[in-house]
Design a protein around this ligand. Structure first.
Ligand SMILES: [Zn+2]
Length: 280
């Protein structure tokens, strides 16, 4: 099958060991059946109170009511664990193996599906964090750790029971652990979210491929701006136009329409063919 002309352009631009950065957003997760947990998807009731997702995903609510915020995140984690990586996730793992140091995956998704598919942690930046990990709420250390395997699976509406509580504590200081995610009232930084590294990678990329994003959050838009300013090729893979489309069109790139479970394997095939012809 003939490759999409933009995929040919991507492979040309990557000749000579130049870098590809792929940014993924909610679209690739939606193809695995993961909801956005916004609006009705993420609604949460506790006692007589209803919480909106935009309220639960904040430092302010966590500090006031950690026992409300935690079960919501543990339920979300259970939902994500019930979904499987798809062909798009797997194609990105294969791209990493093919391109190695020429490749970087940056994801806005917190569901951990890229890691479960096999994308290596050293070349996967989770710029909004990862539901599979927690860290000390008081930041007594800079480490994050996996959600303890001994913690039970939460359902919608569950609350923390005495047996759960020890698993939600920082093993170093004994204070509350918190989900390792970026909240609405927090800022990107290098320590937790690799902000500076992400910006440098976007500025150094020859090609930026944006997959299934909405173009409504700050750092991804800055990545696209940086890539454009340094003359990178920006290509968007999405089911419809988004806030990223103008950036793609302002470079020599554009939008390739379709589900990422189809377009990413096609891009992988084009990369493999090109490398077989021209070498790395
Ligand atoms: Zn601590």
């Amino acid at each position: 099958m003939r490759a999409h002309p933009l995929f040919d352009l991507i492979t040309q631009r990557l000749h000579g060991g130049r870098n590809l950065v792929v940014l993924t957003g909610a679209g690739i997760s939606a193809e695995s059946g993961i909801p956005t947990f916004r609006g009705d998807d993420g609604f949460w009731t506790r006692g007589s109170r209803n919480y909106r997702p935009e309220e639960l995903a904040t430092w302010a609510t966590f500090v006031a009511e950690p026992e409300v915020v935690w079960p919501w995140y543990l339920w979300r984690l259970a939902c994500c664990r019930g979904s499987q990586p798809n062909a798009g996730h797997r194609a990105l793992v294969a791209m990493d193996s093919l391109l190695q140091d020429q490749f970087l995956l940056v994801t806005q998704n917190v569901d951990g599906l890229h890691s479960r598919a096999g994308s290596p942690e050293n070349r996967t930046f989770h710029i909004h964090g990862n539901l599979e990990r927690m860290r000390c709420a008081d930041a007594c250390s800079t480490r994050t750790w996996a959600v303890p395997a001994a913690l039970r699976t939460f359902s919608k509406g569950d609350s923390i029971q005495p047996d759960d509580a020890p698993h939600l504590r920082c093993p170093t200081c004994g204070g509350w652990a918190r989900p390792h995610v970026l909240w609405f009232d927090e800022c990107y930084d290098e320590r937790w979210f690799r902000f500076d590294s992400t910006m440098r990678a976007a500025a150094a990329a020859e090609v930026l491929v944006i997959v299934g994003g909405s173009g409504s959050t700050n750092l991804p838009i800055q990545m696209a701006t940086n890539a454009l300013n340094t003359g990178a090729l920006v290509v968007e893979l999405n089911v419809a136009e988004s806030g990223f489309t103008p950036y793609a069109e302002a470079s020599d790139g554009g939008l390739v329409t379709g589900p990422s479970g189809t377009t990413l394997p096609q891009l992988l095939a084009a990369l493999r063919e090109s490398m077989a012809l021209h070498g790395g």
